[in-house]
Design a protein around this ligand. Structure first.
Ligand SMILES: CC(C)(COP(=O)(O)OP(=O)(O)OC[C@H]1O[C@@H](n2cnc3c(N)ncnc32)[C@H](O)[C@@H]1OP(=O)(O)O)[C@@H](O)C(=O)NCCC(=O)NCCS
Length: 151
């Protein structure tokens, strides 16, 4: 298993990444993987920014951010790292890129209450819980809403 953190590049993603991004979603979100049409939207809508982590021409991570200029908030719509490449700092690098490039003073996201590894990532990067959306996810699981102020 390659563990060469330094050779991972963070690059803009686009519709050419559809198949790889869908496969990553499928692997990462067994309960919530987006349907094809939503993934096409995430990779093409002008209000969404997206980046991929690439190692040796393989997409190993993906983040998409919904920029809501009127509210001056960027919502992280999805973040995922391929299971074989987790724990290498790729998720952190994707978040850092999104925070720097979204250009908004406030970042927000929602996460399943049971997803403690993602919550650790967010807390470690300075995100704080601001709300709970009861039964938001399939299986009636609550969403924890988190926020980070950047400016
Ligand atoms: C959440 C996810 C994106 C993290 O990606 P990653 O590349 O493994 O994360 P990193 O290596 O950058 O880890 C950064 C921090 O996250 C936390 N973290 C990551 N994996 C963790 C785990 N399994 N258990 C506990 N904390 C974890 C740690 O605080 C870690 O910091 P450290 O390395 O200093 O200990 C990845 O686990 C994933 O794709 N999960 C499935 C999809 C998902 O749940 N996405 C979030 C939906 S809201």
């Amino acid at each position: 298993m390659p563990k060469r953190r330094a050779s991972i590049e963070i690059l803009p993603a686009n519709l050419w990444d559809l198949n790889a991004a869908r496969e990553l979603e499928r692997l990462s979100f067994p309960l919530d993987a987006w349907p094809l049409i939503e993934m096409i939207g995430v990779l093409s809508l002008p209000s969404i920014e997206r980046w991929k982590a690439v190692l040796e021409d393989k997409l190993v991570g993906f983040i998409a951010v919904d920029i809501r200029r009127r509210q001056q908030v960027a919502w992280i719509a999805t973040i995922a790292v391929h299971p074989d490449y987790r724990g290498l700092g790729i998720g952190g690098r994707l978040m850092q890129t999104a925070e720097q490039r979204a250009g908004m003073p406030c970042m927000r996201l929602s996460v399943r209450a049971s997803n403690k590894s993602a919550q650790s990532l967010y807390q470690g990067r300075g995100y704080e819980q601001i709300d709970v959306w009861p039964k938001y996810y399939s299986g009636d699981e609550d969403a924890i809403v988190m926020e980070k102020k950047l400016k």
